[in-house]
Design a protein around this ligand. Structure first.
Ligand code: SAH
Ligand code: SF4
Length: 404
């Protein structure tokens, strides 16, 4: 899979509904939480429990049109429509399909915002070697594997990767998303909407199907904290996803990690930190944010997170040929992880190339050498398979082959 795929095959592009919503158009309900929905209902002279019905319809039943919400009386549905309300869930407008089953989506978010948001679906997730930090332990795979109906599907488990911003301000030198700069923050509804739209596309039954969610698409979730956690809250409390099947990845935004450490267990996803280098010198060269929050400051913040039993912090580590992939780097990473005192594992990601980015993929054998060195030092280590490179869906590749 170490081939360089610079352009995606146009035959893999399936164009769906690409019309943009009218910017002066209807008011979306999607993205409002239960309390806000109850307040809308109260304004309409309805009892507050109608808010709960609406939340159920939007986030659990995944209904995309007000007319479908048959728990509401027909007259109320008509009235909401006449008052300019609509479900307004973000829509998948384009699908790119990879030879490996991965799909990348362009999703149209808020009204009047031309730029699409990107999300990725990875069937068969990462088969345990993962790297998304959310692989189940073996026992639970056997205990609640797919049932009989599940056997007819083309996937047994899947991982959904969503974006938190369009573009990113963090400027990691090896990342294609960084080239966009920060275009805008996504709203909680746009973040949760990516998930709900993808669940719907694949007819996922929450509670039965094994779906992991990773906040590892475009953007830095901890620089859009309220929307990110707002989305988590909707997805946990309304859609019914477990925070223990969610992982958020940060480049090391210390104030964000500190806030995250205060989140209650029943809402807090697992945490992955993009370490990416064995020391501050190299990290500072490839991740300028290290100048503001060096490794030790990040680790101090991470240590404030009260982990659940058996939970571990994931350190992501991008292997850049000649820059971070040497065996002495692996030994240094092992020392760093041990010294951190954190229950941790390392997810190795071979760098995915992008146009105009002057790094190299790790040499053949370097990835395995790095992995074996960490393993020999007793560090739990996983390789993240490159998924969907041919459609620009792999880590760090989002947003380039977009809109034309
Ligand atoms: N902004 C957050 C989450 C999105 S990036 C963060 O940086 O953690 C998700 C992961 O992809 C990060 O670990 C990042 O280091 C990695 N990544 C970025 N560009 C990459 C590339 N070109 N190849 C492989 N991994 C990359
Ligand atoms: Fe932003 Fe993450 Fe890319 Fe860095 S790696 S530029 S933080 S998306």
């Amino acid at each position: 899979m170490l081939t360089r795929a610079v352009t995606a095959n146009p035959d893999q592009f399936v164009s769906l509904d690409a019309r943009l919503p009218d910017s002066a158009g209807p008011k979306p309900l999607f993205g409002l939480d239960r309390e806000a929905l109850a307040a809308r209902m109260a304004e309409a002279g309805e009892p507050a429990w109608r808010g709960r019905q609406l939340a159920e319809a939007l986030y659990r039943q995944r209904l995309a049109e007000i007319e479908q919400i048959t728990t509401l009386p027909k007259t109320l549905r008509q009235r909401l429509g006449a008052e300019g309300w609509e479900v307004g869930r973000p829509k998948i407008v384009q699908v790119f399909q990879s030879v490996d089953g991965t799909e990348r989506y362009l999703i149209q978010g808020r009204d009047g915002e031309g730029q699409t948001v990107e999300a990725v679906w990875m069937p068969e997730g990462d088969g345990g070697e993962s790297g998304d930090g959310s692989e189940p332990d073996r026992a639970s795979i056997q205990a609640d594997g797919p049932g009989e109906e599940g056997a007819s599907r083309s996937w047994d488990r899947a991982t959904i990767c969503v974006s938190s911003q369009v573009g990113c301000a963090v400027n990691c030198q090896f990342c294609l998303t960084a080239r966009l700069g920060l275009q805008r923050n996504l709203t909680a509804g746009e973040i949760a909407g990516q998930v709900v739209a993808v669940l719907d596309r694949h007819s996922v039954e929450v509670g039965r199907d094994r779906v992991n969610l990773v906040f590892m698409g475009m953007g830095e979730p901890f620089l859009n904290y309220d929307s990110f956690m707002g989305a988590v809250k909707l997805l946990v409390e309304e859609t019914g996803l477990s925070p223990q099947r969610m992982t958020v990845s940060t480049s090391g935004i210390v104030p964000g990690i500190e806030r995250f450490a205060q989140e209650p267990d029943n809402l807090r996803p697992k945490l992955a930190v993009s370490l990416n280098a064995p020391n501050d010198k190299i990290r500072g060269e490839i991740m300028p944010i290290n100048g503001k929050w060096p490794i030790e400051a990040v680790l101090d913040a991470v240590r404030q997170v009260q982990l659940r039993p058996r939970e571990r912090i994931t350190f992501e580590y991008v292997l850049l040929g000649g820059v971070t992939d040497q065996l002495q780097h692996a030994r240094e990473v092992a020392r760093l992880v041990r010294r951190s005192g954190l229950p941790a594992k390392v997810n190795l990601i071979a760098w995915n190339p992008g146009p105009g980015i002057a790094y190299n993929m790790p040499a053949p054998g370097a990835v395995e050498g790095f992995r074996a060195t960490l393993a020999a030092e007793g560090i739990p280590v996983y390789l993240r398979r490159a998924r969907g490179r041919d459609i620009y869906a792999a880590c760090g590749q989002l947003k380039r082959t977009v809109e034309g």
